[in-house]
Ligand binder design. Structure first.
Ligand code: PRP
Length: 184
């Protein structure tokens, strides 16, 4: 239970509408996802977890510690700029994983699937690199997009269509450090 005074201390006095997922709820679900991912990969091949920065930085750290088989970890920064909304050609990789994807099991780790735009741009580009398999693990999924380029195999929570902050998610770069997820 997070006291209102603690929330205010953490947000610098900005009140939140409600805590949507507590730190304990997140920890429990992330542990479950770690188990599910561990169980899924049984062939002994490399599994590369690629977190999309910045939003996934906390989730990746917690998730990989709940996976009880060897994995490798890298990150990717995709710029959500450009004029188009769906073309994969317009994705800008501001940081590209150094790790080679070809022939490896790749799991993209997202904090939230919102409109799906980021994934629709990114997934075709990753597929071009011919991973052995490509899966998506999203902590939060709003289910807003009619279709996305890669449906997440693992979802933490089906999230409400509210502006969510905390546990990596920001508003103007603030609140990423909240240990819970709240609605602004
Ligand atoms: C956020 C979030 C997801 C993306 C989801 O990233 O972390 O990556 O938006 O939204 P979409 O499904 O509508 O594309 P953002 O671009 O805000 O950058 P950040 O991760 O650095 O916060």
């Amino acid at each position: 239970m997070t006291e209102p005074s603690e929330v205010l201390a953490r947000t610098g006095g900005r009140s939140v509408k409600r805590i949507v997922y507590s730190a304990a709820q997140i920890a429990e679900r992330v542990q479950g996802m770690g188990r599910e991912i561990t169980d899924h990969y049984q062939d002994g091949d490399d599994v590369l977890m690629i977190g999309l920065l910045k939003g996934s930085f906390i989730f990746v750290g917690d998730l990989v510690r709940q996976i009880t088989r060897p994995v490798q970890v890298d990150f990717l920064v995709a710029g959500s700029y450009g004029s188009g909304t769906t073309s994969s050609g317009e994705v800008r990789l501001l940081y590209d994983p150094e790790a080679k994807l070809t022939g490896r099991h790749v799991v993209v780790v997202e904090d939230i699937v919102d409109s799906g735009t980021t994934l629709n741009r990114l997934v075709p580009l990753l597929r071009q690199r011919q991973p052995k398999s490509l899966e998506l693990c999203a902590l939060l999924h709003k289910h807003l997009a009619p279709s996305i380029a890669l449906e997440p195999r693992w979802v933490g929570f089906d999230a409400p269509d509210e502006f969510l902050i905390g546990y990596g998610l920001d508003h103007s770069e603030n609140f990423r450090n909240l240990p819970f997820i709240a609605s602004l």
